[in-house]
Design a protein around this ligand. Structure first.
Ligand SMILES: [Zn+2]
Length: 391
């Protein structure tokens, strides 16, 4: 039998207005804080948070994040931390800010505090970063010795963030259980860079994540549209961040994320879409590849369509790409380094391409025969035209 592995951050805290109650949780770790945030987040939440921390007696040095989680940016901010003898590194913002903070804290051997300002993806709790080149091209995953010491999830801040970010997080989180179940079936590896097959704990968390989203996603989106923290929004923020984060790291990724990675092999309008939106389509393709029965597939299509997530090639801006580009996506998605290898059967490049076309055609049929009123109109999706992709 293979060894099992389970990893997690040390502490996770979630609540409305949490940032401005956080001194009690931060103070055991020291006094000198390096606060990393970009200019936009600084205006919305950073300035206020820094003032609060200063009033509580902390010494706060701000490092302005330049927008790319690259090796150079990690080194640049590490230098700022070093010259200020920072003990505590706080990343405040979106995925790339948080990924940079993780690298800086590993270099400085300081306390790492992760404070997401949206529930848009499941990276905050993970012990890894996606490192890009300075020009924003994917470079590598950096796996760290330690997970974060503290994750601070302020639901009041999330309630004020754009609805599209919450829906992207729901889509990313919705893939978690589908991929974890495939990984378990395929005796695949967890996603922490050190191998190990999923624990029952990891799989149970992934399953709870999906259950929570089926029950409360729509109410959470409506709460976010009205900028209100409700019990439903609170549950979905936890699903998007903690349950999905622990679920993917300890359950493993499979086809859905490999297909999203496949899109990086081409350029074009597909990159107007967020990580979660691309994962939504990748998930649909995985469901088709693993022969999900019609009735079940329709439940997923209803869920995605109601949330304004992309289910067709047109919506993904992929309806006019060349055969060569399809091949590039298929080949990247089935690269031996991709998590496609966690699938319980061999998936070839042609299967990915056919799966994308089939998923889109099935979604067309669904949209024509069902009267779905989306909760959210995503202006970035391509328009669906004609009765089917063949016409
Ligand atoms: Zn993801």
């Amino acid at each position: 039998m293979q060894d099992k592995m389970f990893v997690s951050p040390d502490k996770y805290l979630q609540g409305a207005g949490l940032l401005e109650r956080s001194a009690q949780y931060i103070s055991p770790f020291g006094n000198k804080i390096l606060l990393i945030s970009d200019d936009i987040v600084w205006e919305i939440a950073g300035d206020k948070f820094a003032k609060y921390l200063s009033n509580e007696g902390f010494t706060v040095k701000r490092a302005t994040f330049n927008g790319e989680s690259s090796a150079n940016e990690v080194d640049r901010i590490t230098d700022i931390g070093q010259s200020n003898k920072s003990e505590i590194i706080i990343g405040l913002g979106g995925g790339k800010t948080l990924d940079t903070a993780k690298g800086v804290s590993e270099n400085l051997e300081g306390t790492l505090i992760i404070a997401p300002t949206a529930a848009s993806a499941d990276a905050p709790t993970a012990g890894l970063s996606v490192i890009y080149t300075d020009d924003g091209v994917f470079d590598h995953y950096a796996y760290y010795k330690q997970h974060s010491d503290l994750v601070l999830m302020d639901t009041q801040v999330v309630a004020g963030a754009p609805v599209r970010t919450l829906i992207s997080g729901i889509a990313d989180a919705f893939a978690t259980n589908i991929e974890a179940k495939a990984t378990e079936k395929g005796f695949g590896a967890t996603f922490n860079g050190r191998g190990g097959v999923p624990t029952q704990a990891g799989l149970a968390i992934a399953s709870k994540c999906e259950e929570t989203l089926w029950k409360y996603a729509y109410e959470a989106v409506i709460s976010n549209q009205n900028k209100i923290v409700t019990p439903e929004l609170d549950k979905v923020v936890e699903a998007n961040t903690l349950l999905s984060g622990l679920g993917f790291e300890n359950g493993g990724l499979a086809a859905a994320h490999s297909i999203q990675d496949g899109f990086t092999a081409i350029s074009g309008e597909v990159h107007k879409l967020t990580h979660g939106e691309k994962v939504a389509f990748g998930t649909l393709v995985q469901l088709v590849l693993q022969e999900t029965p019609h009735e079940e597939l329709e439940k997923y299509l209803e869920f995605y369509t109601t949330l304004g997530l992309p289910v067709t090639l047109e919506q993904m801006h992929l309806d006019k790409i060349t055969d060569e580009e399809f091949t590039k996506i298929g080949e990247k998605a089935t690269d031996p380094n991709e998590t496609m290898s966690n699938m319980p059967f061999t998936v070839t490049s042609d299967m990915v391409i056919n799966g994308m076309k089939a998923a889109s055609a099935i979604a067309h049929q669904f949209i024509q025969t069902h009267d779905i009123k989306p909760l959210f109109h995503n202006p970035v999706l391509g328009k669906i035209s004609g009765p089917s992709i063949k016409d």
